[in-house]
Design a protein around this ligand. Sequence first.
Ligand code: ZN
Length: 107
Amino acid sequence: MSHKISNEAFQRMVEKAAWLISEGRIVRISDILYYVIGRRSRHLVKIGDNGDLTCSCFGFKSRGICSHVLAVSTLRKMKEGVEIINEIMQERIRRELKQLYRGEITR
Ligand SMILES: [Zn+2]
């Protein structure tokens, strides 16, 4: 990774990623698409053909890494990660995605 961030910034990112996971805010849409419900905004994390994760947030664009990518990456490595998502969450996400595509939620 060519981008450089401080240890402090990285630690904050890891803590945020842990929070996103423990709060059930990472939602698996498909094998290659995850929806992240942030405190104020929503993001899409995609897994590319090469296996690299990218995020729609500004932080990822400027730093090449973000808490959302970290959280999804971590979940994908946990074998019980998929089980975190249940039917209630899926329904919530369908509503969230409609809002996102309508531009009602800030990216
Ligand atoms: Zn992000």
